[in-house]
Design a protein around this ligand. Structure first.
Ligand code: 2IO
Length: 404
């Protein structure tokens, strides 16, 4: 074991600016790195991260303080045993398999509506003019919630996400997040009450009426699940979409291949998730002493999996720092399932329930946008910047294009 400060502190400005620069040194020299200020271990090797995520001695207990207060109850990832199996099945039913196809037209409509005003101008910031609103729109439509209040929902989502993804929160920001969570719950409650009494054929209604052990979930349980879905569907979506465009624009040959064969888009999305995963940290609590790469992680330790580092481990992916939609070690067909080789959706029993939906969402959005926008480039003088340690994505992605 070693101190992260021997290479770079996870909390330093340099690491935040470009964590990818430090991943090889972490993997090679400090694979189990202790960060004293966070009293946590950071795990960077692919095999170790995979082992942690698949090993139930590493529990999701950290979510009791990180998520539960703003989710107003337990999220799916906190559950185990029969409760977990039953509720995971309820959640997955509406967002996987055959039902998925019916969301494609909805996603396409949202893209057309939101990109429309920018087409005549030939300019759009894919994150701030489009992506953030797009992510909220699709989530609201997915749940069957009205879109009139999208700006409020986006604001509350932001506050709640800040709580879940922070490494340190001031008391003021903490209070703000809790207030956002309360307002979001106040907004959802009457809608949930109505759907319980008078269900439609929407996803939220199915959550409201689904039975666990022969009885419906409590209102509180539905609120928490709904908040969980809202957060998990919205927070990574605009980041992933913007990264797909960035990686392709930066590699015109690969952009051209995707344009001439849109069937390559899933591979481009999977490679984007490997190369720049939107969720960079996954926390666990170690319930027993466990040996990882020759270091014993003591029982009770807080552990963070560095997903971005694991996804660029040369022991798992050849030439890991190059973006290549044709890479052989990233079986696209499996990349949105629990058999994925990249770790962007986690691994093991809490593997992302929304992975298949995410694929459809990003694929339809990217295809529709590519159809509308030709000759993609950045405005003169643009300098790229990312932010976020937990969830991470472009601060902005201003594009110039020819409208089609
Ligand atoms: C919502 C971090 C956006 C999840 C989370 C508290 C639990 C869980 C995740 C992802 C993505 C979010 N954790 N989704 O990492 O549901």
């Amino acid at each position: 074991m070693s101190d992260t400060r021997e290479t770079v502190s996870i909390l330093s400005e340099e690491f935040h600016r470009d964590p990818y620069r430090y991943f090889s040194a972490l993997r090679e020299e400090h694979p189990i790195a202790y960060e004293p200020e966070l009293e946590s271990y950071f795990i960077s090797r692919y095999d170790d991260v995979r082992a942690v995520l698949k090993d139930e001695r590493f529990t999701t207990e950290p979510l009791t303080v990180r998520a539960e207060p703003v989710m107003r109850g337990r999220v799916l990832a906190q559950m185990t045993g029969t409760e977990h199996t039953a509720k995971r099945k309820i959640v997955i039913r509406g967002i996987a398999g055959k039902t998925l196809d019916r969301y494609a037209p909805m996603i396409e409509r949202n893209v057309e509506e939101l990109i429309g005003p920018f087409l005549p101008t030939g300019r759009v910031d894919l994150v701030n003019d489009f992506g953030k609103q797009f992510a909220v729109y699709v989530t609201l439509d997915l749940l069957g919630l009205p879109k009139d209040d999208w700006a409020d929902v986006a604001y509350w989502h932001q506050g709640v996400a800040e709580f879940i993804t922070s490494v340190a929160l001031t008391p003021e920001r903490r209070a703000h997040s809790l207030r956002c969570s309360e307002l979001l719950a106040d907004y959802l409650l009457p809608i949930i009450e109505k759907r319980r009494d008078d269900p439609g054929d929407d996803y939220l209604s199915s959550l409201c009426t689904a039975e666990v052990d022969g009885t419906r979930m409590s209102e509180k349980d539905v609120i928490a699940l709904c908040m969980n879905i809202l957060l998990a569907a919205t927070e990574p979506a605009d980041k992933t979409l913007a990264q797909v465009f960035r990686h392709l624009i930066d590699r015109p040959d690969q952009l051209e291949m995707v344009r001439s064969d849109p069937a390559l888009l899933p591979a481009a999305i999977a490679e984007t998730l490997r190369f720049t995963p939107p969720v960079q940290l996954i926390p666990r609590r170690c319930s027993a002493p466990v040996d990882l790469s020759g270091t014993v992680v003591p029982a009770g330790s807080l552990v963070f999996c560095l997903i971005g580092a694991a996804n660029r481990d040369p022991s798992a992916f050849e030439n890991p720092d190059s973006f290549d939609i044709h890479r052989k070690d990233l079986d696209t067909a499996r990349s949105f399932s629990a058999a994925a080789s990249h770790l962007a959706f986690g691994s093991g029993m809490h593997y992302c329930v929304g992975a298949a939906f995410a694929r459809v969402e990003i694929e339809v959005a990217a295809r529709t946008l590519l159809d509308r926008m030709d000759d993609l480039s950045y405005p003169a003088g643009f300098s790229y910047e990312e932010s976020g340690l937990y969830t991470r994505g472009p601060v902005a992605l201003p594009l110039e294009f020819t409208s089609r």
